[in-house]
Structure formats: C-alpha cells, structure tokens
Design a protein around this ligand. Structure first.
Ligand code: PPE
Length: 304
C-alpha cells in the first residue's frame, strides 16, 4: 500500500515534520535489518480515539529488543505517552501506528552493540489490510514453499525488521500465483502463521490455533480473539497443526493488527467456503470491542 502522508512523526523524542523524518543511508538497520517494530491500531470511539492494547504492544516491542540485546532509550511509559502525543499532533481519529527501534548511523559491521538506537513512531490511516471484500467474504490463501524462520535461526517470537524478508518471500510467491495471502509452515512442516497474521481453524465448534513454538508470533489480536471466543463459550485449543487441518476446517480465519479478523475462504484450492457462523460472531464482537462498544473489553482501550 502507498502510505498516506500526515503531518508529524515522533523521532527520538521530538515531533518532526513528515518529510523531515529522515535517516542516513548508512544506518545500521537499513543494511542488516537490525531493528524491531510494532503494528498497533487506534480506533474512533464515542469518547475519542482509543489505542487498542497500546501498553501490551509497547511491552512486546521491549521483549523484541531484549532478544536482540538492544537497549531502548525510552521506557514503556515514555513510549506509550509518545504514541498518544503523535496521534494528537496529527489530529487523527483512527490510524495504524508503527513504532520502530533500530540500530542507527555511525557503526558498520556485524557487532552492533556500539551503535546508537533510534526510535520512531509514525501513524497513518490504513484501511482493510486484505481488502474490504476479504473481511466480508474471505480470502484465498496458499501455503508458501518458504518455511517460517526457525527459532534457532531468527526467533519468530520477536518482531524484528530483518525477519520479515521471510514473510516477503512467501507473500510475493503466493500473490504472483494469484492468491491473496500466504500461510507458512515451520521447518518441521507444522503450520506457523500467515505472512503477517496468526491463523485459527474451527472444526466441530472447537477453535484451534498453532502454538508459538510452531513459529507463530504471540499475537495480541490472537490473545484477544482467544479471550472473546472463550467468553462466547467456545473451547479454544492451542496445538500443533498440519496442512490437512487447514484443508478440512469447517471455518478458518486470520488475525492481526493490520489484518484485523479475516475469514479464509480457500487454502491451496481446497474450498472452505463463505465465512461461517463462528467466524462471523467473533468478527462482530472484535469490531465492537475495538470501537468501545463492548463493556467487557473496555480495558483493552487506551484513550488518547
Ligand atoms: N504473525 C505475524 C508474522 C505478524 O507479522 C503479525 C502482525 C501477527 C502474526 C499478528 O500479531 P498482532 O498484530 O499482535 O495481532 N503483523 C503486523 C505487520 C503487518 C505489516 O504488513 O507490516 C501488523 O499486523 O501490524
């Protein structure tokens, strides 16, 4: 997607004009992918814009940084405050939020420990990641021939910049083949997740999702959906899954901050069909929750 411009970006503690938020071409993170990032969304509510699980996202950013032994120059409270500040400065009611911390300019080579860490928080309007049609009628997914990074190669538990080359390979492979989204298996052949989403399947009214040890990111939407599904009375099981579990699902869907909740209509040309009743119910509660229309989940919203 082309990024729509807004006014300000938060860069290393200051609000700067969009066009002036620049880095040097010899930035460490540009050369080696040595950065960590988050994807967060703010939604319009009757009480003004609210960020969905902001603190949880910033805490995950800190965990990602820990994996790469990157010292963040700001603590969680400061980054939560900064996120609200940049939303306010842009006078925007609903947006996607992209905090990124990366090894900056000044050091080159594979020992990054001396490089300074830059932190940026940008916001912009971002509509349906896999399309409005996808949200309503489901997407066609294909299992990529690329395997999800192994935990002993590039840990999928962290959300690191360079690791997304893995998702990019998978995504361009299946898009070129005419599908909407890629599903990745891990090196052992178990289902991990989508290129930028977690995955759920439903069979006989039981909801299944792969464990993080299969290579799934510890998704914040995933956790929210598990809670919503349990509150609706469904059994949710976290367990290893193979490709035929996808083919034989009664229903399936992706979850993610950018993607939100997107039904899967087909996997590898095996038809699952139009979104089913469980998926639709979960989708409905999720979209109400993010907009502050579900009393039960109001504590997931952090008002700007
Ligand atoms: N798995 C992967 C690989 C992933 O990248 C994401 C988020 C998820 C699962 C879902 O996690 P969560 O957002 O906490 O529910 N992907 C982010 C980046 C997407 C992009 O294209 O960039 C996102 O959704 O913001």
């Amino acid at each position: 997607m082309t990024i729509p411009k807004v006014d300000k970006i938060w860069q290393n503690g200051k609000l700067v004009n969009w066009d002036e938020a620049q880095v040097h071409v010899l930035t460490h993170g540009l050369h080696y992918g040595s950065g960590v990032f988050e994807g967060i969304r703010a939604y319009e509510t009757t009480k003004g814009p609210a960020v969905f699980r902001l603190t949880d996202h910033i805490e995950r950013l800190a965990r990602s940084a820990k994996v790469y032994r990157m010292d963040l120059p700001y603590n969680t409270d400061e980054l939560v405050k900064a996120t609200k500040e940049v939303i306010k400065a842009n006078n925007i009611n609903s947006c996607y939020i992209r905090p990124i911390a990366f090894r900056g300019y000044g050091e080159m080579g594979l020992n990054p420990m001396a490089a300074n860490v830059d932190v940026v928080i940008a916001v912009w309007p971002w509509g349906a990641y896999l399309g409005e049609e996808g949200i309503k009628h489901g997407v066609r997914a294909k299992i990529s021939s690329y395997r999800r990074n192994d935990a002993n190669t590039i840990p999928p538990a962290a959300k690191a910049c360079g690791q997304y080359l893995n998702s990019i390979l998978a995504k361009i492979e299946v898009i070129s083949a005419g599908y909407d989204e890629a599903i990745l298996l891990n090196v052992h052949g178990d289902v991990a997740d989508g290129s930028g989403e977690n995955i759920f399947v439903i069979r006989n009214d039981v909801i299944y999702t792969p464990p993080t040890c299969s290579g799934a990111l510890e998704g914040i939407t995933r956790a929210s959906i598990m809670k919503i599904a349990e509150d609706l009375g469904y059994h949710v099981k976290v367990g290893k899954m193979v490709r035929s579990d996808l083919y034989l699902a009664d229903e399936a869907f992706f979850t993610g901050t950018a993607a939100e909740v997107v039904p899967i209509r087909e996997v590898d040309d095996r038809v699952i069909g139009e979104p089913g009743k469980v998926t639709k119910k979960i989708q409905e509660v999720f979209f109400k929750a993010v907009k502050g229309e579900e009393e039960k989940y109001l504590d997931w919203l952090e008002h700007v």
